[in-house]
Design a protein around this ligand. Sequence first.
Ligand SMILES: [Zn+2]
Length: 503
Amino acid sequence: PSGRKHFIFYNPPIVNKPLNIRRSATLEVRNIAGEFLKNKIQTIVFARSRVRVEIILTYLQELVKNQLQNKSIQGYRGGYLPKQRREIERGLREGSIYGVVSTNALELGVDIGQLQVCVMTGYPGTVASAWQQAGRAGRRHGEAVIVMIASSSPLDQYMIQHPDYFFSRNPETARINPDNLVILVDHLKCASYELPFKQGETFDGVEIEDVLEFLQEERVIHFSGDKWYWMNDSFPAHNISLRSASQENVVIIDQSDVANVKVIGEMDRFSAMTLLHDEAIYLHQGIQYQVEYLDWDEKKAYVREVDVDYFTDANLAVNLKVLEADKERMERTYSIGYGDVMVSAMATIFKKIKFETHENIGSGPISLPEEELHTNAVWLSFEKEQFNESEQRLEQALISVANALQSIAPLMVMCDPSDLHVVPQIKAVHNEQPTIFLYDRYPGGIGLSDKVYEQMNDVLNQTNQLIVNCSCESGCPSCIGMEAQGEYAKSDALVLLQQLQSR
Ligand SMILES: [Zn+2]
C-alpha cells in the first residue's frame, strides 16, 4: 500500500529580469524545508552535490537550532563512514532525527522508514531518480508532500515548465556496456567467485583468456589443471560500485585533536581534485574543515576544524584529444565522428564564496597533477567560415551552444547529466576545426556518446528549441549559460545552431 502523494513544482521568482536569474534554489530550500522542520515534520532534502548537501545542512541546522536539538538534522552522502551512516538510518527510523539532507546515496536500498516530506533541490537529472527520491516520502500509509524546487539551470527550467514530461515519461532504461574492460574485469571476478572458468570458455560469447591471465598475474585467481579458481578471501561484489567504474579513493584525516587523529571519510580521486585541494573548505556533517595538506601520492587529505564564513569552489580545466575514430560521416553542414578519446583534467584555481550572499571574496591557485580519463566521445566539427563573425564571437557561440547541449543531450539519451560531458574547442587538435565533443564520464565509456552520434540532428534541433523558447533577451543561465556576454551572445548561438542543422 502507498498513500496519496502531492507533488509541488516550485519555480523561485526572478530577481534579475534582464539576466533572467532566479532566486537561489538553495536558499528557497532552506526556507521551505525549514518550515516543515520547525513544525517537527520529518523531511528529507535531496541535493545534487556533496557540497550542496553540506551547505543546506549548515543553513537548516542554524535555522532550527532554538527549536530542535543539534543532532536532529543530519547529512547523508557518499564519503561518510559506514558506522555513521547506520546511526543516521536508525535515527530516521526511530524518529529521533527529523531531517536529513542527502545526495542520491539515500535513493536506493537503505531502510530509513517513512518520512512525510521530500524536498528536491533541483531536478535530480533523471525520471528514475526523481521517482526514487519522491518514494522516500509516505511509503506505506498517510499522505506525503514532494516539493521540487527549480534552479536556473536549463534542465530544471525545462522540467518546471513541462511537468507532464515528468508524469508521462517512463523511467529511463538502465544502460551498461558489458564490453567495457573495467566492467568486464569486475564481472569476471564475480563469475569466478561463483564457479571456476575452464580453459577455452567464453563469457557471453566474449574471448576472456587475456583477462583471466591478467587476473592470475594480479593473484586474484589461480590456474590449476585446466581451470582458474578464485583465490581471495573477500567477496568480490562488495568492492564493486553499481554507480561508477572509478576506483581508488582519497582518505580524509581529521587532525584537529592531536591526541585523537581520525579518519572521517573518503572521496573518489576526480572529486578530490576540486574538493580536497590545499586550503579547500571541506564540509562534513555541517562542520567546516580546512584542508591543510593533500598528499596526492599517498591519497590522503589532512584536515583541521575551522570556523569561517565561506565555502570554496574550484575550477577544473578539461582538455580532450581524439585517439582513434571508429565511425565518421558527413552531414550537409558538419562532420561527425565517434571513437576513443583521452580526457585530461586539471584543477587550476579555487574561489572563496561567502555564505548567504554567495559573493566571491578571494581565490588561490591549486597545484595538482593532471588526471586522465580514457573513454568514448562523439564530436561535431564544421568549417570556421560557416560563421561570419569574428573568431572571438565564434568561440563564445561555441561555448554557448555547448552549455545548452549539456542540458539537452542527457535528456535525449536519457541519462544523468553528470554521465555525459560537453567540451567545446575552437580548434580541435585532430582536424583544426571548431569542434564540440560529448564524452562518457566513465573509463572505457558506456555507450551514451554513441547514442548521441545516432541522434545528433534531433539533439541540435531540441537545443535550438530550448534557446528560442527562453524568455531572456541576450542569454541567461536557463539557456546558454553565463560565460558568453554581450548583446550578441544569444543570437550568435542561434545563428551557429541554425547553420549546423542540416535539413
Ligand atoms: Zn535564456
